[in-house]
Every structure is written in C-alpha cells, then in structure tokens.
Design a protein around this ligand. Structure first.
Ligand SMILES: [Zn+2]
Length: 379
C-alpha cells in the first residue's frame, strides 16, 4: 500500500471503510515511524497468532531495502537455512522479530523480496466475524459454481468432478474464503455472487500463487530432494499401481532415470497416467520427494506417443488357410497340417487413449504455486 491521491485503487474494506492502494511509492519512513509500525505489528501478531500450534512460527521483517529477487527464487525453489536468512537481514540492516523456531522469517523475507516481474495473480480474501472463528463455515456451493462460470478470469474455485469447494480453507483460521484470479476488478464483483455467512472484511492481495514460480528445468541427474522441477524424458517403465492407489512410472533422459508418481490424492490424473507406455515422450512438472527420489506430479505435458501394436490372432497358413498353432513362448507359429512356420502373429495398432498436450491434477489437489492449465491456455 502506498500514499498519495493519484490513481487510487480500491483493494478492500475493513471495519466498514474502504482501503486503497496507490501507485505512488511509500516514502522512506524515518526511525520513529519504523518503531511505530513495529509496535503495531508486534501487537497484532502477539494477540492473534495461534502460538500453541507447533506449526505457527511467525516472523516479522521491516526493511527499507528490498532483499534481492534471488532470495525469493531460492526460497520457492530450494531449501533455505534460517542462518542464511538472518545473514541477509543483517546485511540489509532490517528490523525483524522471529517467534518460536523463527522459521516465519524465511517466508517473510521471501515475501518482501518478491517482485511480480514474471507473472502474478490476485487473491481476494474475505474474513469471518470474530464470534464465528473456529466454527463450521457457511459458503454456498451452488453460488460458488455460479461465480466460477460467470467470472472467467478466476480459477480453482470449484472441483466439479470431486465436488470440492476450493474457496474455503480447512483450518480454523479467520479466513472465510478466498477467490483467486487474474483481474482484481472481477474479484470485487465476484464476491457479490458468492452466498455465505456475513463477511466481516475483505482485502485483495497480489500473489505468486498459480505462477509455477517454484519450478525449474532440470536434467534427471541434477534433481535434488525438495526441489520443484520440470523434467523431459522418455517413459522407461510402464505405470503400475501401488497399494494405496498411487500410480508410479519411470522416465529416463541421457543423464539418468527417475520415478514419477501420481499419488492417490491426485484422483483422476491417475487414470491418465496409467495410459502412458514405454517410449512415450513426456515433460513432468512437480515437487521432488526424497525417499525414494520421486517427482510428485502436478501436471504432465505429453509430447509424443509411441505406436503400440497388439496381437489379434495367430497367423493364418498361406497354404491351407487355417490358423497356425503357437510353438511356445517366443518360438513362433506352425501349421499342424502343412508344417509351414511363421514368426509373428497378426497384429493391429492399438488406439492410444491419450492426446498430445497437458494434463493436470484436479482442482482439489492443486498446490498453491502450481499454475492451472486454465491460466496456461488463457487468451
Ligand atoms: Zn497349412
């Protein structure tokens, strides 16, 4: 948010008053203003953070200088140590507060290091009335579908196949729902279509969600655990289903081989993956699991499909016209009457049930940084 009256953009409503973003940059604040900001933030965090939850480890960073964009890239793509982040903050002479295990400082630093230079999206987040926090949310599914159909610039609203409303979070946090989209004006209109319990306040965030910013192109031998990668390879082992319904296949490039998995929560994507065949050329997108080293599929781009031939029947004897008999596995065929032999049966090309192009996980399984095909294919 900035100051100045030129080109103000409505981005929210808090306590009944409108909140604006300005295109003008906030002036460098002096020491006393920085102290005041720090005090407000400290109060908010210490009042509202669920400190008793082991996964709640807030971090606050106030800095006049922006950390490098590389600092952001490293955080979304690799593993970053808390020591490195502290060093960065010291070198920027930033003011920071880390709570509990302090890992919140990593995200906070990456957040201010981010610049929407490659891509960006928006999310309009609505908040619940305080008395309802922790209770079951009411957000009407039918109205979410209506909103989804009306506003084409929004995405990941509703999973029609798995009947999952993706607007609402699962945690007992104060968020009522969030609508993601490419156009901030559409988001403001979209909230009037969604029927829900009362909205206490709302605000629009500029985000890196659905941008694929976490992904990097890699050769198989360079893939490290916990990275998120795009890898091109040829299917080297056919897909098979493991207990729990996970579907695994192997790809290779000229540097090595790696397993790829469509886990059970990826639902319908598994049906697609089972249709892959040795020799198909694919590009897989996903996070890398450590044990065993596996690419956890977010989406897949099928680049080439091999021809698969299947046997229809034993060969026919050219002399008497009868079907020949098999002489045993891989030993060809022989006509019992005439003694004529043939090595190959009658085959036909099998119809491939896949098309060239992208397939993705359903909306219910989407990771928040993963770019949906709806955005990739947008006009
Ligand atoms: Zn014959």
């Amino acid at each position: 948010m900035g100051i100045g009256n030129k080109k103000e953009i409505l981005i929210g409503r808090i306590d009944g008053s409108e909140v604006f973003a300005a295109s003008k940059k906030l002036r460098e604040h002096d020491k006393s203003e920085q102290k005041r900001i720090k005090k407000i933030i400290r109060e908010v965090v210490e009042t509202y953070a669920m400190a008793e939850d082991e996964n709640t480890n807030p971090g606050v960073v106030i800095s006049n200088k922006k950390p490098s964009f590389d600092c952001y890239k490293k955080t979304v793509r690799k593993i970053v140590s808390l020591d490195d982040v502290r060093q960065t903050l010291e070198s920027l002479r930033a003011d920071y507060i880390g709570y509990k295990n302090c890992r919140g400082l990593i995200g906070a630093t990456a957040a201010i290091a981010w610049k929407p230079i490659r891509d960006k999206t928006y999310e309009l987040i609505t908040y619940r009335k305080k008395k309802r926090w922790g209770t079951k949310r009411f957000v009407d599914d039918e109205s979410v579908k209506k909103m989804d159909k009306k506003y084409k610039t929004t995405f990941d609203n509703y999973d029609y196949i798995n009947r999952h409303n993706r607007l609402t979070p699962n945690s007992p946090c104060p968020v009522l729902y969030g609508i993601r989209g490419d156009n901030e004006k559409d988001l403001i209109e979209a909230i009037s279509v969604v029927k829900s319990e009362p909205v206490e306040s709302w605000i629009i965030f500029e985000t890196n969600q659905a941008t694929d910013d976490h992904l990097q192109r890699k050769n198989i031998n360079n893939i490290q655990p916990y990275e998120s990668v795009i890898v091109k390879g040829i299917v080297a082992r056919n897909p098979h289903t493991r207990p729990g319904g996970h579907v695994i296949f192997t790809i290779k490039d000229n540097t090595g081989t790696i397993d790829c998995a469509a886990y059970e929560p990826t639902k319908q994507l598994r049906k697609t993956i089972r249709k892959l065949h040795v020799g198909d050329l694919v590009e897989v997108y996903g996070g890398v699991r450590k044990h065993p080293l596996t690419v956890n599929l977010e989406k897949i781009n099928v680049k080439n499909l091999v021809k698969i031939v299947e046997k229809i029947e034993n060969p026919v004897c050219p002399h008497c016209g009868r079907h020949m008999k098999s002489r045993g596995k891989n030993q060809g065929y022989k006509c019992r009457k005439c003694g004529i032999t043939k090595t190959k049966p009658v085959v036909r090309e099998k119809k491939r049930e896949l098309h060239i192009g992208f397939y993705e996980v359903p909306v219910c399984a989407r990771r928040h940084l993963s770019k949906p095909l709806k955005r990739i294919n947008r006009p």
